[in-house]
Design a protein around this ligand. Structure first.
Ligand code: HEC
Ligand code: HEC
Length: 510
């Protein structure tokens, strides 16, 4: 709210960040793990006195240098570029709190880059013992950059006491620091092995190819096996809300789990089948499949980690829409439009009501919702809701759906936003009702507010057939027993009666 918003209605900034970030981490973890991989590949060549393996290692080092130094660096800068544009407030808050962490990271980057160049250009031109030391120097610096960035990224998900005291070290060594560090280290080795597997598929010398395919697949499997307990430990370190989002409460996370799990199965199958048992099957397309499946696993993990923070961008401190948790009460009091710096309409009730509503959408919802885009389209999400249902829905949006921030603003502002969504986006009636609501209207609105995002009334008629109103009231209190996705109806007893009345009427041919 203190910065202008870069509004791309059908794309969404979050999607751009995800795209760049996932490609970046796929390369940056490779950059860390490859340090270790190259050292041990070189040692293997030396030990077995194999010129073939040594020249494989050198070729792989060249590929590694190109990918990490060109693609890795560009996407790394790209992340800074995109986060600063999409969420300047969060970027600024992290820079102000962790500037020495970032600075230290950049020092290690410099060491890392210098060591990588020396490693490649001096391959075979230096005595091997010194050359291996350069490899270790590279790996040490690369791993330290992971160590540092891991602390800062971790605080966004599990701030612990930092959310209160903003103490550098408390934030840096946050509750998920160590599990995440171990997990990422193993994933880095696994990815490096996968890139090695890819390199091996390009090797003409069959003997070297077989040896390096087996070597890579072995590393990948061991690293993966080590990553699993680390991942479980990581999951256990998540605070209650994030944990339940990961375990099924977040539709965003539930959506990426199948492709990520599929990727994991394919990856395992390729490494075992076309790595350990039949290395001769390591053909270029097979290695390509392994890379894609590893990307799915990595992408699924990063996506989950990002979505597990919701509704926050920095857990317990700043919501995804850049509003500070501690500012909500004041904004409800004073009005959001009057407090925000970059809005044109400051009056939610006047002639510009739905224009003001549009601005409120951009400021508060666009961080996660597109307008007619592929990703979490607000038009689809609200298709079955009327103006009045939306007004009520917004009043308790965070209570019913934890992963969305509370609406920040006055009642007039809530109405303006509902008017924009129902009126401008859907062309529905967005006026205030003339007369008082009948009990029937009340029930229908409660349905739209609480159930319509997942059900249309007609679908519930059959399952509720033969149940009396009282049974339905009872059922509403234990919806969670029907499906994990539902929570028990949280309205008052009176509201429960109205809603049950509405549901009951579905089977009465009304
Ligand atoms: C932090 C991210 C985030 C923000 C900010 C956010 N939403 Fe959502 N919203 C979601 C997610 C995730 C879903 C679930 C999508 C799904 O079911 O696939 C959702 C679903 C919805 C739904 C469908 C009903 C439901 O309960 O699932 C509505 C309506 C909705 N959002 C309205 C809004 C409005 C209005 C705002 C702005 C005041 C907003 N959202 C802000 C993430 C967000
Ligand atoms: C977040 C999505 C979601 C919301 C919101 C939701 N439900 Fe459901 N509901 C489900 C899912 C998922 C199922 C189980 C799958 C199915 O049977 O369709 C289900 C099943 C049901 C069933 C059993 C249907 C059957 O076929 O046996 C009833 C009854 C029901 N819901 C009522 C409600 C009522 C009433 C509300 C509003 C107070 C509500 N639901 C809100 C997702 C939701």
């Amino acid at each position: 709210m203190n910065y202008p918003i870069w509004y791309l209605p059908s794309t969404g900034g979050g999607f751009l960040i995800a795209l760049i970030a996932i490609l970046h981490v796929f390369v940056s973890h490779f950059a860390v793990g490859a340090g270790l991989y190259l050292i041990y590949a070189e040692k293997k060549g030396l030990r077995e006195n194999s010129q073939g393996i040594l020249s494989f290692t050198k070729r792989h080092a060249r590929f590694f240098l190109l990918i990490t130094m060109v693609f890795g660096s560009i996407t790394g800068v790209g992340i800074w570029f995109i986060i600063a544009l999409v969420n300047p407030a969060a970027t600024s808050l992290l820079i102000h709190n962790f500037v020495f962490g970032w600075a230290a990271e950049w020092v290690f980057f410099t060491v890392e880059i210098a060591a990588a160049f020396v490693y490649f250009y001096m391959f075979g031109r230096m005595d091997s013992a010194t050359h291996l030391k350069v490899g270790w120097l590279y790996f040490g610096a690369a791993w330290m950059s992971l160590f540092l960035i891991n602390g800062i990224i971790g605080v966004m998900l599990t701030p612990g006491a930092w959310a209160e005291n903003m103490d550098f070290w408390v934030g840096f060594f946050n509750p998920s620091f160590f599990p995440s560090l171990f997990f990422r280290t193993f994933i880095a080795i696994m990815l490096a092995a996968c890139y090695g597997y890819l390199s091996a598929s390009f090797t003409r010398d069959t003997e070297v190819r077989t040896a390096m395919t087996r070597f890579s697949a072995g590393w990948a499997l061991v690293a993966l096996a080590a990553a699993i307990p680390a991942g479980i430990w990581y999951l256990a370190a998540l605070p209650g809300e994030a944990h339940s989002l990961v375990m099924g409460k977040s539709p965003t996370i539930a959506a990426v789990l199948p492709p990520a799990a599929g990727g994991l199965v394919v990856f395992l199958a390729v490494m075992l089948g076309a790595g350990i048992f039949r290395p001769s099957l390591n053909l270029k397309p097979v290695a390509g499949v392994a890379m894609v499946s590893a990307l799915l696993v990595m992408g699924g993990f990063e996506w989950t980690r990002e979505a597990a923070r919701r509704p926050y961008v920095i857990n317990e401190v700043m919501y995804s829409n850049s509003i500070m948790k501690n500012d909500i009460a004041a904004l409800n009091e004073k009005g959001y439009l009057r407090s925000a710096l970059w809005v044109e309409n400051r009056d939610p009730a006047g002639a510009g009501r739905s224009e003001a509503g549009r601005e409120l959408f951009i400021q508060q919802c666009y961080a996660c919702h597109t307008v007619k885009g592929r990703n979490n389209d607000i038009v689809k999400a609200t298709a079955n809701m009327s103006y009045r249902a939306l007004v009520n829905y917004l009043a308790k949006i965070h209570e019913t759906r934890y992963f969305m921030p509370p609406f920040a603003g006055t009642e007039d502002e809530r109405k303006a936003l509902a008017a924009y969504i129902a009126g401008d986006l859907h062309g529905k009636d967005a006026g205030e009702p003339e007369e008082a609501l009948t009990a029937d209207d009340q029930g229908r609105i409660l349905f739209e507010e609480n159930c319509s995002s997942c059900h249309v009334p007609d679908d519930l008629a059959a399952p509720l057939e033969g149940q009396g109103k009282n049974e339905i009231v009872e059922l509403l209190g234990k919806l969670n027993e029907i499906s994990e996705e539902m929570s028990p109806f949280a309205g008052t007893a009176e509201e429960g009666e109205s809603l049950a009345g509405f549901l009951d009427s579905l089977n009465k041919g009304e």
